[in-house]
Write a protein that binds this ligand. Structure first.
Ligand code: ZN
Length: 409
């Protein structure tokens, strides 16, 4: 018997073999796991040392050849200096920037490529704002599967360069990441590709990858749960996945309550926050017409996993909030200066949103908060350097050096 079922979210049909969409109605699929063997599964979580040690909770059978670059098992650090500055008792940072290509998307790609190989794919395609694209390119190289990456043509050259560095075919598209994903859905079957776009609507398998973030966090906190978890929202899959991970832990009796989930978006592209503010049904999130702002990695005009993310936010009595460009850049700088973390702007949005919620009292200084630093800032280095000025050089002369040092002391 398989450890998971693939069930259609729309019509409830249960697939008899693996597939990417419902063969009956074309609906989105979700995986459902059998967790009744509680003692064994609890032990599996507690004993796990690496990402793939959680295989009981992934849609991959034992014995399958795993495509891995050593993803997961990222640090959860207590940010005590930043916490003091912000005036909060406990602030934790889950640093997903430590993954092989620098983002949590590596977890998704490890599962996607393992699954694509298991299902005898001839090649894969992905639509991405740059992070999932670079991750896919890296795992494409590792797996030997040809990888096609479509991303917005106005993306930073560093994002494009990484994708080519890993040997993938880069296809810049004149449009947003949502446009890239729409285009792919028209052609991927025609070209015989597996679609590894990180949204359950296209790839239900990768959606289980982020559950392990929750398992790792719970273990790092001796099975305690932070009051709030703030997650950047592009497509929304990461918030959905982390929440599902905590639900698994609760069902297995490893924790005694769930955290409250907060979605962070940037002001220029906030379809999920807009829906939250208006109290809309999760099915009624509206596409943003002109997505803009500094945090390109979360500039999804429409969050493809927004429905499940907003449902998790409502269910956990959580929140959704935006931050302006300037607030995001300031938070990014503080993460570097006070905690030694180079977060990409999308990830810094979590800290920017935290500051806002502390200020207006929706989060109390006595509570504990974990921010998900979903990716490191290396792909945005040119942007960082552009925003800085540097001191003039000093002559190669010890007196000149002494003079400079004393003038700045
Ligand atoms: Zn269906």
């Amino acid at each position: 018997m398989k450890k998971y079922k693939l069930i259609c979210r729309s019509c409830g049909y249960e697939l008899t073999s693996d597939g990417y969409r419902c063969p009956q109605c074309g609906g989105i699929l979700r995986t459902v796991y059998e967790l009744s063997d509680r003692e064994r599964l609890r032990k599996a979580i507690l004993d796990a040392k690496s990402f793939w040690d959680y295989i009981d909770f992934f849609p991959v059978e034992e014995g399958t050849e795993i495509i891995s670059l050593g993803e997961g098992n990222t640090p959860l650090t207590e940010a005590s200096i930043l916490a003091d500055r912000l005036g909060i008792k406990k602030l934790l940072l889950k640093n997903e920037g430590c993954n092989p290509s620098g983002t949590f998307k590596d977890r998704c790609m490890s599962i996607s490529f393992t699954k694509a190989r298991e299902l005898h794919a001839k090649g894969v395609v992905i639509g991405s704002a740059g992070n999932a694209g670079a991750a896919a390119a890296a795992y494409g190289a590792r797996s030997g599967l040809p990888c096609n990456v479509m991303l917005p043509s106005d993306s930073l050259d560093t994002r494009k360069a990484l994708i080519q560095h890993y040997g993938a075919r880069l296809i810049p598209v004149e449009g947003s990441v949502t446009d890239c994903i729409d285009l792919i859905s028209e052609v991927y079957e025609e070209f015989g590709w597996h679609n590894v776009t990180t949204a359950a609507a296209y790839n239900p398998f990768q959606a289980d990858a982020e559950k392990a973030i929750a398992y790792e966090m719970a273990k790092a906190m001796d099975l305690k749960v932070p009051d709030w978890i703030i997650v950047p929202i592009g497509g929304g899959g990461i918030l959905t996945g982390i929440y599902q991970g905590y639900k698994d832990l609760l069902e297995l009796g490893l924790i005694d309550h769930l955290p409250r989930m907060i979605g962070a978006q940037e002001a220029g592209c906030a379809p999920l926050v807009n829906a939250f503010r208006e109290g809309r049904d999760p099915k009624d999130i509206e596409r943003v017409k002109d997505p803009h702002g500094v945090a390109a990695a979360i500039a999804d005009a429409f969050p493809l996993d927004g429905e499940t993310a907003l449902r998790a936010i409502y269910e956990s009595k959580g929140l959704a909030e935006t931050a302006e460009d300037q607030e995001i850049l300031e938070a990014q700088s503080e993460l570097g200066r006070y905690e030694g973390i180079f977060a990409e702007t999308a990830s810094a949005a979590t800290v920017a949103v935290l500051k806002k919620l502390l200020k207006d009292g929706r989060i109390s200084p006595e509570e504990s908060v974990a921010c998900i630093i979903s990716g490191n800032g290396v792909k945005e280095l040119p942007m960082l350097a552009e925003g800085m000025s540097f001191p003039p050089s000093v002559k190669n002369d010890v007196d000149a050096l002494r003079s400079r040092l004393s003038s700045e002391s």
